[in-house]
Write a protein that binds this ligand. Structure first.
Ligand code: 13P
Ligand code: SF4
Length: 304
């Protein structure tokens, strides 16, 4: 069944001159049809380099919106318009405007996991892959960091000469990962290294060997001499990790599932290629203003 749909997707993709961008947390069968599989930064960069007319974005809303903002002339299609990142909606424009007024000397760094409207109020965006580098690149000594307090606190560990004002947002999936679960897995697999996403709680990051973006995990696992890893992020990244490292073992937190990422199915991707819908729509004036902080982020590039 999946193979039949995957074949149809392949044919239609060619016919419609479409490219399929897929985030590392997508269902395994969706990862299998990717032209490019990656993290938020990598996919945003890939979106600016494609010659395709249509970008089918298998991920959540803010990722597809960023692709559209960076490519206003292309059709950006998200196979399920309800695949929304709840963290992106934890900061609203009025509250951010108020905080900016209270801190006139501060600049705003927004995680890419924000709405387009929040991006219009931001000086620069970042992802988990380049957050530290972006914050270091900002001239202000005071930074309003929205919306992920865990990522903000993680960046603050490395950037001592700037004060980050942290917004009280967080990812419900990463915030739920407990250090006890990771330590239990470590007891079962004592030679394994613990890799976690910086969206995790500080005490989880404290017991990890490395905190990395999702592509950071993929690259690290490939290059490392270690053969076993405990993975503290959305569990389906382990499908990619195992695929690319068949000789290594990956132990996921089985309950770490992002339900919004799972809304994208093969059937919905096929339907999107047949109809070229649903398209990401953002008002022109919002796109114009939201593009600047994204472009500034791209100029900073990958993290170190
Ligand atoms: P990455 O950019 O590391 O893929 O993270 C995106 C995300 O939503 C993590 O929850
Ligand atoms: Fe948003 Fe968390 Fe899902 Fe990432 S894992 S898309 S931050 S809800």
């Amino acid at each position: 069944m999946n193979q039949e749909i995957q074949k149809k997707i392949k044919n239609l993709k060619k016919k419609t001159n479409s490219v399929i961008l897929v985030h590392n947390y997508q269902l395994p069968e969706v990862q299998d049809i990717a032209d490019f599989l990656g993290d938020s930064l990598d996919l945003a960069m890939k979106a600016t380099k494609t010659n395709a007319d249509n970008i089918i974005f298998c991920g959540v809303d803010f990722m597809a919106e960023s692709a559209k903002i960076l490519n206003p002339e292309k059709n950006v299609i998200i196979p399920d318009i309800n695949a929304k990142c709840p963290m992106a909606n934890m900061v609203n424009p009025n509250d951010l405007i108020k905080l900016k007024k209270e801190n006139p000397d501060a600049m705003v760094v927004s995680y890419i996991n924000t709405t387009a409207e929040i991006k219009t109020l931001s000086d620069i965006c970042c992802t988990s892959a380049n957050g530290k580098k972006v914050v270091e690149s900002v001239s202000a000594k005071k930074i309003i960091f929205v919306p992920d307090r865990n990522l903000g606190a993680y960046i603050q560990r490395f950037v001592k000469d700037k004060e980050l004002i942290l917004w009280p947002g967080m990812c419900p999936i990463h915030h739920k990962i407990r250090k006890e679960e990771l330590l239990k897995l470590k007891k079962e697999h004592p030679s394994a290294e613990i890799l976690v996403h910086p969206e995790c709680r500080p005490e989880v990051i404290d017991i990890a060997d490395h905190a990395l973006s999702t592509n950071g995990m993929v690259n690290y696992a490939k290059e490392s001499e270690i053969n076993e890893f405990i993975i503290g992020t959305e569990k389906d990244i382990c499908y990619r990790l195992k695929n690319e490292n068949p000789g290594k073992n990956f132990y996921p937190i089985k309950s770490a599932i992002c339900p919004n990422m799972k809304k994208i199915t093969l059937e919905k991707v096929l339907n999107s290629l047949e109809t070229l819908e649903p398209r990401v729509k953002i008002k022109d004036e919002i796109m114009e203003k939201a593009r600047k902080p994204l472009q500034r982020m791209m100029e900073v590039g990958q993290g170190d």
